[in-house]
Design a binder for this molecule. Structure first.
Ligand SMILES: O=C(CO)[C@H](O)[C@H](O)COP(=O)(O)O
Length: 250
């Protein structure tokens, strides 16, 4: 017997189900990571089994890759795909410009590379992820293990220059151990409260030697599908959206 979904999962499932309506036969897809993205991967699996949908998928984490294979998706690497038609992923926060904080699941590095190699990025989220200003959710920064304390000190200096010097910085843990990302790195979470200028912050963080990537996604997402607990979903478009692939260098 199918298990009854919690209210929160109903909202995630509603967004995920709507998102796979954007998927067409033959597409090369970026497959996001997290609990909402997992609903999307399962919904794709259903379309493959029921409609014979043919797609190839590039997962953004080891976990998503495993689930995608179980669902019958033809999994390839990003380098094999070369270019992606669409990436569908979750997010931890999105603001009215559809700037995102991602990386709650520790996968934002691969997620950002995949989204940046896609013609389009659609985010699926429950309504609780919608904010007027980013920053209540801690901003993940992936750092090399080598010289991590030195990198953290420079991150602190960058935050101070940007008037956020008081922010707490905490190491991402998994139980009693440091979380190690799929790329073998650590994550530092920045507890900022509010991020006045995401672009300046992202640029400053990525200047620090040892920082691999931060969890701000700027001008990458053009559409958010918000799922609601009653099973309905709503499409939110950015006022000034750019195709994902054009956002970095025009
Ligand atoms: O960025 C992510 C993983 O790195 C996730 O997409 C984000 O954390 C949202 O996860 P969930 O759908 O479980 O709330």
């Amino acid at each position: 017997m199918a298990q009854e979904l919690s209210a929160a999962d109903k909202a995630k499932a509603a967004a995920a189900e709507r998102s796979v309506e954007f998927v067409e036969d033959g597409m090369r897809l970026g497959l996001g990571t997290g609990s909402t993205a997992a609903f999307m991967v399962r919904a794709l699996g259903r379309r493959i089994r029921e409609e014979g949908l043919r797609i190839t998928g590039v997962p953004t984490s080891y976990a998503t890759g495993q689930l995608a294979r179980e669902q019958g998706i033809d999994v390839i690497t990003l380098d094999e795909a070369g270019w992606l038609d669409l990436t569908i992923d979750g997010a931890d926060e999105f603001d009215p410009r559809l700037t995102l904080i991602k990386g709650g699941g520790g996968a934002h590095l691969q997620e950002k590379i995949v989204a940046s190699a896609s013609s389009r990025m659609i985010v699926i989220a429950d309504a609780g992820k919608r904010v007027e200003e980013l920053g209540a959710f801690p901003l993940p920064v992936e750092v090399l293990k080598f010289g991590e304390r030195a990198s953290e000190a420079l991150i602190r200096r960058a935050l101070t220059v940007l008037d956020m010097g008081d922010a707490e910085i905490t190491p991402r843990m998994r139980g009693a151990e440091r979380l190690v990302t799929d790329e073998g790195n650590h994550i530092l979470d920045l507890h900022l409260g509010r991020i006045g200028n995401p672009r300046a912050l992202s640029a400053a963080l990525n200047q620090v030697p040892g920082v691999v990537e931060n969890g701000l996604f700027i001008d990458l997402c053009d559409t958010v599908i918000v799922g609601h607990e009653d099973g309905n979903s709503e499409i939110v478009s950015a006022q000034q959206a750019q195709p994902a692939a054009e956002s970095l260098f025009g």
